[in-house]
Design a protein around this ligand. Structure first.
Ligand SMILES: [Zn+2]
Length: 71
């Protein structure tokens, strides 16, 4: 019953469109993310628990497991 959980997500900066692959923590959500290109501090969009859900190519591990999130 083990679903494959992806731990890497490509974050796309909404300001400069810079893309960077980041590792996601398995049991926590990352609420803030600073773009390494333009330095903007990203926060999740309304209704999303973390920056990976809002801006990443893959949702965060708790969401992938359907176990809800830490928020
Ligand atoms: Zn940026």
């Amino acid at each position: 019953m083990n679903k494959d959980i992806l731990l890497e997500s490509i974050i796309s900066c909404p300001k400069c469109q810079f893309e960077k692959e980041e590792k996601m923590p398995t049991n926590a959500c990352q609420y803030f993310y600073e773009c390494t290109n333009c330095g903007v501090l990203l926060k999740p969009k309304a209704g999303d628990c973390c920056v990976f859900c809002s801006y990443g190519s893959v949702k965060c591990p708790p969401q992938q497991k359907d176990s809800g999130c830490c928020a």
